[in-house]
Ligand binder design. Structure first.
Ligand SMILES: [Zn+2]
Length: 273
């Protein structure tokens, strides 16, 4: 009898969740920005770190369109988010220094040219800054990627540049010495080009392990970003910081909002989109 009641309760709960998600979806389509998720009065995690790659209309698996990017940045701006620098994040994590209200960190991996041509003007418009992780062998050498002049221009405007290795080889596939080379040579090149050592690192393809974390630390980086889904808070590991991927499969504004607001809960249930 009790078991039957529990099943009924669970069934009801599931139907309720399905219905509410239907309502959210429908409202999202009808009302654009003004749907239910926008009105969740609290933030479920600490700091969402958004992870973008390409902002273009090429339908690439790593792309979102410039229109969608604009919509997402407009949402963050209109809802009082402040983009923070990784230094602010680390001061918060290590020293408990307070962050601005509604902090968000905006990151890009790989250093695609469209970060400069398509994302930069939108970010500037809304007063946001971003952190971009460069693959140093591609900067200025491959036309799909930014050149150092563009990087320097963005740096002057407050953008932060970190390392994403020299060649973008997943580090778990390399022997120890090669990993160290990827970590230190990219660091030196960024220093040569920008005049200061990059403090932050992002793992190519998100591949890392404890030994690699240790090498990143030894190479002099202060923290490293993964593609492990979630929000960052005092419980986060500085060399395995969580991020929220925003690319192709998350192309609707609805799923951007779900990811932004509900990452910790979805993560707990193993839901990744
Ligand atoms: Zn990458």
């Amino acid at each position: 009898m009790i078991i039957r009641k529990i099943w009924l309760f669970l069934g009801g709960l599931i139907i309720l969740i399905m219905l509410s998600s239907l309502v959210v979806r429908t409202t999202a389509v009808v009302a654009g920005h003004n749907h239910l998720l926008s009105h969740i009065p609290f933030e479920l995690g600490d700091v969402p770190i958004l992870n973008y790659h390409k902002i273009d209309s090429l339908n690439h698996s790593l792309s979102i369109s410039p229109e969608e990017f604009k919509q997402q940045m407009a949402y963050l701006h209109d809802n009082g988010y402040t983009s923070i620098r990784p230094d602010q994040l680390m001061n918060y994590l290590n020293l408990g220094k307070p962050l601005p209200k509604k902090p968000v960190m905006i990151t890009f991996d790989d250093g695609y040219l469209d970060n400069y041509t398509n994302a930069y003007p939108v970010l500037k418009k809304y007063g946001f800054i971003a952190t971009i992780f460069l693959v140093t062998d591609l900067v200025g050498k491959d036309e799909r990627f930014m050149n150092w002049e563009q990087v320097r221009e963005m740096e002057k405007a407050g953008f932060i540049f970190g390392s994403h290795t020299v060649t973008h080889t997943p580090l778990t596939r390399l022997p120890r010495e090669k990993i160290m080379e990827e970590l230190t040579e990219s660091r030196k090149e960024i220093e040569r080009q920008l005049g200061q050592n990059p403090k932050y690192f992002a793992y190519p393809t998100g591949a890392y392990n404890l030994e690699i974390e240790e090498l990143v630390k030894q190479a002099g980086y202060k923290a490293a970003f993964t593609i492990r889904y979630g929000q960052v808070g005092p419980g986060s590991e500085p060399y395995a910081l969580e991020r929220i991927p925003i690319f192709r499969q998350s192309q609707t504004f609805y799923s951007f909002l779900v990811r932004l607001k509900a990452a910790p809960i979805l993560e707990r249930f193993g839901i990744r989109n």
